[in-house]
Design a protein around this ligand. Structure first.
Ligand SMILES: *[C@@H]1O[C@H](CO)[C@@H](O)[C@H](O)[C@H]1NC(C)=O
Ligand SMILES: *[C@@H]1O[C@H](CO)[C@@H](O)[C@H](O)[C@H]1NC(C)=O
Length: 350
């Protein structure tokens, strides 16, 4: 080869390398500055504890660049679906986030609908006597259609969290068997794992036992995680004093509303252990999770043990779900305090 040709060859190569390097730097930089926000949908039966979970997601989105809450879907559970839908409107109003669409879902369970326990009051949010105006109405599209269409619109990016019964998700799976596969992940806040300590069915699981079984039949551990209430009791059960005098003392409209929503439920227990916010916390801040386990997991449909979960810890390739087994108790407490007080710090800091 002639010397000139070699020089030309080398300089072209260098130019190409420089162009590639610039592209890589630009891509890495823009990803850092504008990271893709993952999308979150919360299926709920609000419910005082659902309210805390929804507030947590909205505050984490706003003050900590957390996942974007793109929708709420409703179902029967803590109270009937009419009340749940209205409660979702009320929660979004308090959070000043009525831009988040609400899609209304199941009015009853697939086979058998247990009666409401009024644990959080008849209206599900503490039966506070107040006049509430300017609520933004829910969407026309129903929750099951919305779950399916949003899973298509945000294929691979959408995380669905259920903190009520599994009716809507079970119906979505039946209508569209590709539903679960299009999700980034499905997190289920329902069920128990240690039957010895928990001989009764877990509430969310027992509201729609058939729906729970349908979801477990379709679950794979890469797509579905279960956060059992037994694990909240085991690791995230705090004193009522902490709930009322420390967390509850945060001086914001959101915490004041939250205290009202739980005012009927809190006195009924010895401690304070709320499943729904612990599930959302584990989803939006996975650093809180200290241990996952894989399980062959399901629910008993018939007989005295209807609603009781069956659980066998196995290797991932034999499992149908991943279990959120252990969450760091102290870090979780601090997380709740940090997120619920974030708006105060922003106000005083600026
Ligand atoms: C819904 O809320 C109203 C009060 O707003 C209450 O009277 C009614 O009993 C609730 N429904 C159910 C099923 O709890
Ligand atoms: C939760 O903690 C309280 C004390 O704060 C205790 O009395 C109660 O038994 C605990 N509940 C469970 C289910 O462990």
């Amino acid at each position: 080869m002639e010397k000139r040709t070699i020089f030309k060859y080398i300089s072209v190569t260098i130019c190409v390398l420089i162009v590639i390097a610039v592209i890589v730097v630009v891509v890495v930089y823009t990803r850092k500055v504008y990271p893709e926000r993952s999308k979150l949908l919360i299926d709920n039966d609000a419910g005082g504890d659902d309210a805390m979970a929804i507030f947590l997601a909205l505050l984490y989105e706003k003050y900590f660049d957390g996942p974007q809450l793109i929708a709420l879907t409703t179902g029967n559970g803590n109270t009937n679906e009419d009340n749940v839908s209205r409660n979702n409107q009320r929660i979004l109003k308090v959070a000043q986030r009525q831009d988040v669409p609400i899609y209304r879902g199941s009015k009853s369970s697939i086979v058998f609908t247990p009666e409401s326990t009024n644990y959080f009051g008849k209206d599900g949010l503490g039966d506070v006597d107040e006049v509430i105006t300017d609520l933004v109405p829910p969407q026309q599209q129903n929750a099951v259609d919305a779950l399916i269409s949003l899973s298509k619109k945000y294929e691979g990016e959408l995380t669905v969290v259920t903190i009520g019964a599994l009716t809507n998700v079970a119906l979505a799976i039946k209508v569209d068997p590709g539903f679960l596969n299009r999700l980034a992940h499905l997190y289920i806040g329902a069920g128990h794992i240690n039957g010895d300590n928990h001989p009764e069915p877990e509430f969310n699981a027992h509201v729609d036992v058939e729906a729970y079984h349908i979801v477990m039949q379709s679950a794979t551990p890469d797509k579905v995680s279960v956060f059992p209430f037994s694990q909240t009791y085991a690791f995230l059960n705090f004193t009522k004093e902490w709930r009322l005098d420390v967390l509850g003392a945060i001086d914001t409209d959101i915490m004041r509303a939250q205290n009202q929503y739980e005012r009927i439920a809190i006195p009924q227990e010895d401690g304070w252990a709320a499943l729904d916010p612990s599930v959302v916390a584990a989803v939006i801040n996975p650093n809180l999770v200290e241990e996952y386990k894989y399980s062959k997991y399901d629910i008993i449909l018939c007989g005295d043990k209807r609603g009781i979960n069956t659980n066998e810890f196995v290797e991932q390739d034999k499992a149908n779900v991943r279990i959120v087994y252990k969450v760091n108790s102290e870090e979780y407490k601090q997380f709740l305090l940090d997120v619920f007080s974030a708006e105060l710090k922003t106000k005083s800091g600026s």
